[in-house]
Write a protein that binds this ligand. Structure first.
Ligand code: SF4
Length: 376
């Protein structure tokens, strides 16, 4: 585990800084960070393990058979996850996304889905419960997840061609298994289904048009993700990034596209519709069109650390507070303290810093947390 961990949140310091009454007030109620961004989305990683070794996330050379994955006792239990999630919901979180590693590797995940589904929200609206998966186990799990109360799934699929797929995920998994998972998720009603394709120049960018042709006219929304310098292991290079504008240009040449307005502010993907009305695609452009100014996402690692950015270098240890018997009010106050002090905008800074340390994977820069540890 790379990222430096800030010692247990020093509540005495918070109490001194925030006066006990303020702490109590912080137990519920909407939160905004230093850039006036509300806390609205929580991404929960339920495992740091995965059965794929995608080169942009969990390269095999680093995450090999000697890699020290977290022992089970270190993981938050479903009860602990649900308790922490309830505190975030009381602070205004409306959407929870389950991630990993590969979340479907966590046994009985549908039990956690059922526990989260039962959480009341301050607004009375149904919590939006979603999951991001590589799809390899989805065909088997879709019905149980749906029955437990999951709303939607997002499936990662970087190619339709088995050879290219293998080059991207570095394991011998057939594309057909993932496509069957998508079909089954659609059949049981886990839609609208989104498919995320990470585009890495020189590896799978030739698949942009075949993927667009395949999903055009289907209920699936295909989203293209710019290759990112997440974590400290994928050897990211700017010249392997295919800018979203280029993705649009390539598709538009054959399948005419028109830009459309976002569904809601803070939506990560820019939307484009096919001019003939047969569906839409999304572009997630963290490198060339950063969207930090609308980022409302917090991330909880599988061992209970709170991260305020995908590119963070340190987390805040909520599990320690849980396991040392702190009250909901105290833990909720700690969450409020962290979010209200948040000022992250890594992608915007990277964008501006074309020559400095962020530009080209500077080895002296602080080590960023691995995406496989906190979820994408
Ligand atoms: S770089 Fe960080 S702050 Fe910016 S959008 Fe991504 S997670 Fe949010």
């Amino acid at each position: 585990m790379s990222a430096k961990v800030i010692p247990v949140l020093d509540l005495r310091h918070i109490q001194r800084a925030a006066h006990v009454p303020a702490l109590a007030e912080a137990a519920t109620g909407l939160l905004s960070d230093t850039l006036a961004r509300p806390l609205r989305d929580l991404r929960i990683s339920v495992t740091d393990r995965c059965n794929f070794r995608c080169v942009y996330c969990m390269p095999k050379e680093v995450f090999d058979k000697n890699y020290a994955f977290l022992p089970h006792a270190a993981l938050l239990s479903f009860e602990e996850i649900t308790r922490i999630a309830s505190l975030f919901v009381a602070h205004g979180v409306e959407k929870i996304r389950l991630t990993g590693g590969e979340p479907l590797l966590r046994k009985n995940l549908e039990r956690l889905v059922g526990m989260l589904r039962a959480l009341p929200t301050p607004s009375g609206n149904e919590l939006d419960l979603t999951l991001t998966t590589n799809g390899s186990l989805l065909a088997r799990k879709a019905q149980a997840l749906k029955d437990a109360g999951l709303n939607r799934v997002t499936v990662s699929l970087d190619s339709l061609d088995d050879a290219t797929f293998k080059r991207m995920n570095d394991v011998d998994y057939p594309v057909s298994d993932v496509l069957r998972g998508i079909e089954e998720a659609h059949r049981v009603g886990l839609g609208p289904i989104k498919v995320n394709m990470v585009v890495k120049g020189g590896l799978n960018d030739q698949e942009i048009l075949p993927m667009a042709r395949h999903f055009k006219g289907s209920p699936v929304v295909l989203r293209f993700i710019e290759y990112m310098d997440v974590g400290a292991s994928n050897g990211w290079k700017m010249d392997e990034v295919i800018p979203s504008a280029e993705v649009v240009r390539r598709i538009d040449q054959e399948l005419a596209l028109v830009p459309v307005a976002p569904n809601y502010s803070g939506e990560t993907a820019a939307r484009w519709q096919y001019a003939d009305g047969s569906g839409e695609i999304g572009l997630i452009s963290s490198v060339t069109q950063a969207f930090c100014h609308e980022c409302t996402r917090a991330r909880l690692s599988t061992e209970g650390k709170l991260y305020t950015c995908l590119f963070a270098t340190h987390g805040h240890d909520l599990r320690a507070l849980l396991r040392e018997g702190r009250s909901d009010t105290e833990i909720s106050g700690a969450i409020a303290h962290v979010w209200e002090a948040r000022g992250d905008r890594y992608s915007e800074l990277r964008r501006a810093d074309t020559t400095g340390p962020l530009a080209e994977g500077d080895s002296t820069a602080p080590r960023k947390v691995e995406m496989s540890y906190i979820g994408g």
